[in-house]
Design a protein around this ligand. Structure first.
Ligand SMILES: [Zn+2]
Ligand SMILES: [Zn+2]
Length: 370
């Protein structure tokens, strides 16, 4: 089937279901921490016949079978050593999901970086601090959504630019301050063109003014955001209730647009066997079993469910996304100790989860599992 289903923290695994922290596995079900294995079920080696029989006896188009696999995997996770951190080829790092990094701390989902801190969803960062959703940055600070930039402070959506301050949506610019929507410009302040000398003088005055007002070095104030906290993906990574969000000065959107009550078919009226799904299903409107909102299917999605033999999901894509996000560890670090050697570790496992799982330091994990 060439897919990996209901799995987490895996690398190069195919044709498997419900794996956690596995690498290079094929035809495995409900396994945890395995490397280069085939035909394993709940970490036990089986032969091909036993494996196929298990799949035949427990088809995953039945919800209860899938739940059975995931529940068994969860109890297995609680028994075997668990990494306290995910990542590889690092030196002196803290956070989670860090790869090819040196001296990177409190960072999450970063592929390649050096001497940086507080990097969230980042590809290649050098000497940068407080950056999110960026690629190839150096000496940047308080930056959001930017690619290929050097020395940018407090800005959003800047591409291929250098020495940019408090600007938004500018491409191929150098030496600009407080600009918006510029392309291929230099020495501009509030979108107005200056000479190099004028720019230098005004920049000094502006930074001094901002320092006095305690604004220098901070990102744009939240009052400027056009969105409610609950509409933004900040709420996915750092969820807040309405009261807490408002108390922190964020906006809140009470009426997020959606459709409900327009459904054209009930789940009980869908074909029982996924092989019988027809392309006509794209015309149908479904109602999410969790939030009640309507959603539709796309043709490729139907073809996928049909090919893999999966039931059409009873939750809308937003609820499914939320379910998956909840499986991730938060972007927070806690101090704890290695289950095996008692050495101090930092982990993104919540304190409650630290009691459930046997969290190992990287060294002990490598010794035990590899
Ligand atoms: Zn929903
Ligand atoms: Zn240890």
């Amino acid at each position: 089937m060439s897919v990996l289903l209901y799995s987490q923290e895996c690398e190069a695994c195919v044709d498997s279901i419900g794996l956690f922290d596995c690498k290079g596995c094929m035809n495995c079900i409900g396994c945890v921490g395995l490397i280069n294995k085939s035909y394993c079920i709940f970490n036990e080696q089986k032969n091909r016949e036993d494996y196929n029989k298990f799949l035949q006896d427990n088809p995953i188009n039945k919800k209860e079978n899938l739940e059975k696999i995931l529940t068994a995997r969860e109890s297995l996770r609680r028994k075997v050593p668990q990494r306290s951190f995910f990542g590889f080829r690092n030196n002196n790092v803290s956070g989670n999901h860090i790869y090819n990094a040196h001296n990177v701390h409190y960072s999450f989902d970063i592929k390649s970086g050096e001497d940086s801190k507080y990097c969230f969803t980042v590809r290649k960062a050098m000497d940068s601090y407080d950056i999110s959703f960026t690629g190839d940055l150096s000496e940047c600070y308080e930056c959001l959504t930017m690619v290929n930039c050097n020395r940018v402070i407090g800005s959003h959506n800047i591409w291929e630019s250098n020495d940019v301050y408090y600007s938004d949506n500018c491409y191929n610019c150098n030496d600009i301050f407080g600009c918006c929507g510029l392309r291929k410009k230099s020495y501009c302040i509030f979108n107005k063109q200056y000479t190099r000398e004028e720019y230098g003088k005004i920049l000094v005055r502006l930074t001094e003014l901002m320092k006095k007002g305690n604004e220098w070095g901070y990102f744009f104030p939240k009052e400027l955001s056009s969105f409610g906290y609950n509409e933004s993906i900040a709420n996915e990574y750092m969820p807040l209730e309405k009261i807490a969000a408002l108390a922190q000065g964020f906006k809140w959107q009470n009426n997020i647009p959606s459709t409900s009550g327009q459904e054209t078919i009930n789940f009980s009226n869908l074909p029982q066997n996924p092989k019988d799904y027809s392309d006509d299903l794209i015309k149908e409107i479904l109602a999410c079993q969790k939030c009640g909102k309507n959603y539709k299917l796309i043709q490729r999605e139907i073809a996928f469910y049909k090919r893999i033999g999966l039931k059409i999901p009873e939750r809308c894509f937003n609820c499914r996304h939320e379910d998956r996000m909840k499986k991730r560890n938060p972007r927070v670090l806690w101090d704890t100790t290695c289950f095996k050697c008692d050495s101090h570790i930092k982990t993104s496992y919540k304190p409650a989860d630290q009691k459930i799982y046997k969290l190992y330091c990287e060294k002990c994990y490598q010794q035990e599992v590899y």
